[in-house]
Design a protein around this ligand. Structure first.
Ligand code: GAR
Length: 192
């Protein structure tokens, strides 16, 4: 069976990357993670990649808060192309993606967001859900476009909000859903 070649971008602890790697190990996802890239030099996701012997790169972007320097984005494109990546998988990557990367991987960049988009785009979506008092939130996998969490939705999973939930308890429950949803969506792409 053909394996899709993916490059993973993340800024944090990397639990979604871990779930994707586990799905590959367990034969639930026909994919190869060719490279992992982070904008945070000491991010857990890079350590997880190194532990698995996967090519990893730290590409810190310091000049702006949310976007990438043009030269950093050009370097990202170079690394992803050199690794012959087909799909770019954003897994907790906290930077906006601009034209060079969007054009190089047109319709081939995915993101996971911790809410039922279009509700609660942007940062700390689980906190936004708590503050809004909704009984149900969830997570969304979508194609990435130039907007903030606005790309076409591929799949969503609902997660109940319980009375007494804290931001941490709700985010933890959303992450459990993320860890099954993202590998399932990628497996669907691999089967196409
Ligand atoms: C995930 O919950 C993901 O949905 C969220 O960051 C977390 C990363 O966790 N992404 C966003 O909020 C993007 N706007 P991880 O590093 O453990 O995978």
């Amino acid at each position: 069976m053909r394996k899709i070649r993916i490059g993973v971008l993340g800024s944090g602890k990397g639990s979604n990357f871990g779930a994707i790697a586990a799905a590959i190990d367990e034969g639930r996802l026909a994919a190869e993670v060719c490279v992992v890239i982070s904008d945070v030099a000491d991010a857990g996701i890079l350590k997880l990649a190194q532990d698995r012997g996967i090519l990893s790169h730290a590409l810190p972007a310091s000049r702006f808060r949310t976007k990438l320097e043009p030269e950093v984005e050009a370097e990202l494109v170079r690394i992803l192309r050199e690794a012959q990546v087909e799909f770019v998988v954003l897994a907790g990557y906290m930077r906006m993606i601009k034209e060079p990367l969007l054009e190089a991987f047109s319709e081939r960049i995915l993101n996971i967001h911790p809410s039922l988009l279009p509700q609660f785009p942007g940062l700390h979506a689980w906190k936004q859900a708590l503050e809004a008092g909704v009984p149900v939130t969830g997570c969304t996998v979508h194609w990435v476009d130039a907007g903030m969490d606005t790309g076409r939705i591929i799949a969503q999973r609902e997660v109940a909000v319980f009375p007494g939930d804290t931001p941490e308890s709700l985010h933890a429950r959303i992450q459990v859903a993320e860890h099954t949803l993202y590998p399932e969506v990628l497996a669907g792409l691999a089967a196409e």
